[in-house]
Design a protein around this ligand. Sequence first.
Ligand SMILES: Cc1ncc(C[n+]2csc(CCOP(=O)(O)OP(=O)(O)O)c2C)c(N)n1
Ligand SMILES: [Mg+2]
Length: 889
Amino acid sequence: MATEQKNTDEDPVETLEWIEAISSIIENEGVERAQFLLERLSAKVTETGAQLPYAITTPYRNTIPIEQESRMPGDLFMERGIRSLIRWNAMAMVMRANLKDGTLGGHISSFQSSATLYDVGFNYFFRARTPQQEGDLLYIQGHCAPGIYARSFLEGRLSEEQLDKFRQEADGDGLSSYPHPWLMPDYWQFPTVSMGLGPLQAIYQAHVMKYLDNRGLAESKDRKVWCFTGDGEMDEPESQGAISLAGREKLDNLIFVVNCNLQRLDGPVRGNGKIIQELEGSFRGAGWNVIKVVWGRMWDPLFEKDKNGLMQKRMDEAVDGEYQAYKSRDGAYVREKFFGKYPELMKMVEGMTDEDIYRLNRGGHDPYKVYAAYAAATKHKGQPTVILAKTVKGYGMGLAGEAQNITHSVKKLDLEELKIFRDRFDIPLPDSELESISYYKPADDSPEMRYLQARRESLGGFLPGRSPDFEALKVPGLEAFEAVTKGSGDREISTTMAFVRILSAIIKDKNIGSRVVPIVPDEARTFGMEGMFRQLGIYSSVGQLYEPTDAGQIMYYREDQKGQVLEEGINEGGAFSAWLAAATSYANNNCPLIPFYVFYSMFGFQRVGDLCWAAGDLQGRGFLLGGTSGRTTLNGEGLQHQDGHSHILANTVPNCASYDPTFAYELAVVIQHGLEEMFVLQKPKYFYITIMNENYKQPAMPKGCEEGIIKGMYLFKKNSKKNSKKVVQLLGSGTILQEVIAAADLLKDDFDIDADIWSVTSFNELRREGQALARWNMLHPEEKPKQNYVDSCLGKAKGPVIASTDYMKNYADQIRDYISATYTVLGTDGFGRSDTREKLRHFFEVDRYFIVIAALSALVEDNVITSDVVSKAIKQYKIDPDKLDPVIS
Ligand SMILES: Cc1ncc(C[n+]2csc(CCOP(=O)(O)OP(=O)(O)O)c2C)c(N)n1
Ligand SMILES: [Mg+2]
């Protein structure tokens, strides 16, 4: 039981003795010795079973004492002037867009709270890519985009016309609402506006940067990953979910800046507590260097006077809801409510006017304090740094929104409010230009503009900026995978095993082998990839500090500083983020990587779908391998493992190409094609491929099927003859194609029906092509309609078409529009369950017998046979016609 902590001091004299003792240690022997002693004392106390009586937080004040602050070298007044113009133009672009069309939206107050945080970074810290060094990477709070555009405008990178096209991207030349590399590929580095994805991605970005460095692929020197995030955003599990990895891996190339404006969209983040203190505890616990920037320098003289710590006590006890109120009101209110609580404090501010009191600034609005924090963060070694900067939401917006609960959604200021804003920031615009909310940009040769340019020149150029161009890689041809494409003979192997062989072949390739990044979330053994542990090594920044229990065995668990495999633990979000960092390394590190992330297909798109979407935006290039896929193919694992819909989800990402190959050679063709598409032709897309754990004989690759495999289908076996009377076309994908092949035999043997067999590697790709052509045909009514690929395959084929897959019926149903014949689809809709594959395929009605029934039934519909034949088959195959529908059972 924890003993209750006593807040009253029962023996002040004794307390003083202890404080004097520790003060003397600090003075004479240094802080480290004091820390050591405190740790020893804590350990002693815990021997009694007591909980430690203190929290992991420090008092509510700046971490860096005044005397240790690095001094900002530049011209404070000049910078304030420039920053004010950025503030104005950011506000103006949002307002002007909404004057044009009130529906466009946009945000003003978030950037107003973080203007100084960005400005100090742009003026002194954020380095652009130069021939000597890759640039820093910036994760910018999504809804602060107007402020970033406004700076680019002053820098001459964006024109007034462009600012006026904020949130009007449909014509192709507007500025995107938020950071979206897809829409502005030379500008934005990372999509961040889906809260939480920025912090998570930034951590793995820094992790992969170290990985590249350790493996000798790209020298990161002292590059930094800067991640700006909101305090509200820190509530997303993704934001804090991986902070312990950053601490453990000592990612001192990573700096988080949390804009603690104490508010989120609806109201306070922690009205009844203190978000800065809470975050301090979490981050410190995770091994981060925490720098709190709570108070601006206006407070320094008061701290000087606060000899007995009463003001600090008052600061510690006030909650965020109160701090928000102080800034939403005026100095008189702060005097009464904050200082007024204790007569001594009231006396302390006696000589100050209400205006002076209101001007007591917050750390995040004080460039000196922010500079000191950034300087300390960039120098810090051995830990990631988080800067917790206290700011005011809607800073400078006065009654229009400053620290008000409604401020997040304010999109305009009225004339009076504009005047106040202009005067507060000394914008040299006359009243006459307020109504039209003119932008303001000084002449290019003005001191301000020269200063601004010089600052960026000293840091290597402009940011944000993204460099998507890279030199094409030399990828192997299909012949490199001959061991796979020639078939497995009598050996039965799964496509997962084939995948491991393909991957090994790519890793052995002398041109691209080192660029391959195999990634697993604690699942390598599941996929038979454990051989890579020893062969390639598992990346660890510290190597291996222990002897693994399987040392001496062939495939022992080998961790290595130069390890190639990223084994990210049971952490799909993190593993995917590592994949994403590797998949965008061509743009962010000028070092294209070829990541293969292998995971349980159920825990892919479904689990981390928002990151998959971001990967599309980011133009990530790489392979996702959905392992143990197929609702009935992964048997035994049950409802939460057995995936029958990942292809449907994959298809929602516009630039994700997805495939469900049956045979090893199909897999080889798709992977080789993917390498070519992404790394030679440099198409902005990525590949999702399902692989299975069912073993069967892998046939040798038939001649000439490559194009069909890539387009989505090809004739695997033609059984019908010119004079065949009863013919069906059977389609299948993944392992279920094996059932289709078996069904063709049953149809022949039991009913004398000829069945042509089509292997459909991607219903998704077929659908996309069909839709693209249908659109073209609609818009070109006078021209010869283009024939879609499905029609070119099946248009002349005889008989009804029946498809069966291990995925939801919607998957195969997508190509219905392109089939003129009767089309029947079987699929695995419903919740999965554990059992044998045979039972599951019967349960979901996708096995050979159901395929036969479906084929016969379609022939009845086409008046080729009579319905009694179907009844006979139902009886013959012992199917219960009143069997429960798997969708609802
Ligand atoms: C995943 C997700 N959920 C919700 C939103 C909508 N949203 C945009 S900004 C915002 C509030 C952000 O508050 P905070 O992180 O504190 O940022 P601030 O604007 O205060 O700097 C919300 C809820 C979103 N963009 N992403
Ligand atoms: Mg906030």
